[in-house]
Design a protein around this ligand. Structure first.
Ligand SMILES: NC(=O)c1ccc[n+]([C@@H]2O[C@H](COP(=O)([O-])OP(=O)(O)OC[C@H]3O[C@@H](n4cnc5c(N)ncnc54)[C@H](OP(=O)(O)O)[C@@H]3O)[C@@H](O)[C@H]2O)c1
Length: 333
């Protein structure tokens, strides 16, 4: 598997989003099946695994800890996200983003992940006015060897600049795909110009871009696709021109639509690393193979040019996901 550099971290060009193993996409695999899938991804060259303390209120970290424990620690890159606000299991609401609050979050994460350092530690939700303070604390944690690098999730350009001036940011983690391109306006160019990595979450448009779902599919339980407007049946039908475009390129290149969707994200810059969620061996193989799909400059420009003409219907927003009642009320993105 090709590698990419996120500051000091050398990661596989495509990482594995581990959220779905316990959270967000309806029925989850058994723990042993999930662990076997993580190991399969590793065997196929993936070394970059993303989790967060808030996914299933700490259970996702516990799962990832068990899965990665059986792999050589120096061969895996753990991406974890902190959010020391009060939610089930946290009893230090007042401390929030203070040094004490972040340290408690980190100690809990290290315990659940069964490790003594986190490679990439990302602020999961931004809080205006705290950027410099959080960046300063991150600098201390890096100096202590508790984390190797840090990042912010879904920050504005202004928030990045404030924090980056205090302790250089290694990677931003935000939604980026052929369906969600808003960060192209300012954040992605800033990352490119300032040697900051960009970890693209939901690069498959929550699965839509694979072309394997239709407006007739039913999603159950805590599946976010019940509430995000991207999966509203009307919007799925309205987004058919996007799938037609991807299908056309996929047929020409003899690749799958999912691979074209990931290759397009990868071709946006060598500092961009998509982390699709995937819970079947066939999908893991399909997605990781996308690292070898080459889009020439002409193909990328043609695909992007066509994409620019297509209106996208629906989004994936925190506000909609809240309707499931599976995330804390203080989620605001
Ligand atoms: N920083 C943040 O705020 C934030 C927010 C959301 C997510 N994330 C991170 O980003 C990761 C990925 O995001 P995501 O899971 O929302 O988005 P995604 O990768 O765009 O979508 C995942 C969905 O697409 C399906 N899928 C993936 N590859 C497929 C393929 N080749 N064919 C058919 N279906 C396919 C998956 O199916 P199965 O899983 O059922 O196989 C799953 O239902 C998460 O795991 C998490 O680590 C971060």
């Amino acid at each position: 598997m090709k590698k990419r550099k996120l500051g000091v971290l050398e990661v596989s060009a495509i990482g594995m989003g581990c959220m779905g193993f316990t959270h967000a996409y309806g029925e989850t695999p058994s723990e042993s099946d999930g662990i076997a899938l993580v190991h399969k991804a590793f065997e196929l060259g993936c070394n970059f695994f993303d989790t967060a303390e808030m996914y299933s209120y700490f259970k996702n970290e516990e799962f990832v800890g068990k899965a990665l424990k059986e792999l050589p620690r120096d061969k895996v890159i753990i991406s974890d996200k902190f959010w020391p606000e009060k939610f089930e299991g946290h009893d230090f609401a007042e401390e929030k983003l203070s040094e004490a609050g972040i340290r408690k979050s980190l100690e809990g994460s290290l315990r659940r992940l069964q490790t003594d350092y986190i490679d990439l530690y990302t602020e999961h939700q931004m809080d205006d006015g705290t950027e410099e303070q959080v960046a300063f604390i991150m600098g201390k944690l890096i100096a202590e060897g508790k984390i190797r690098a840090w990042g912010q999730s879904s920050p504005t350009l202004d928030q990045i600049k404030k924090a980056h001036a205090v302790t250089p940011i290694t990677a931003i983690q935000s939604e980026y795909s052929m369906m969600e391109r808003k960060w192209e306006r300012d954040v992605i160019p800033f990352c490119a110009a300032n040697n900051i990595g960009f970890v693209a979450f939901s690069p498959m448009g929550n699965g839509f871009l694979s072309g394997k779902y239709s407006s007739k599919d039913e999603f159950k339980g805590n599946d976010v696709r019940r509430v995000i407007t991207r999966f509203d049946p009307k919007n799925m039908d309205a987004n058919q021109p996007l799938l037609d475009l991807i299908n056309r390129f996929a047929a020409d290149k003899e690749e799958t639509p999912a691979q074209i969707a990931l290759a397009w994200v990868l071709t946006g810059g060598d500092f961009i690393v998509p982390i699709p969620g995937m819970r079947k061996e066939s999908r893991i193989r399909e997605n990781l193979d996308a690292a070898d799909v080459e889009l020439t400059a002409t193909e990328y420009a043609a695909l992007t040019d066509e994409l620019n003409k297509i209106k996208i219907y629906g989004t994936r927003s925190g506000k909609d996901i809240k309707k499931l009642g599976t995330v804390p009320d203080n989620v605001n993105k």
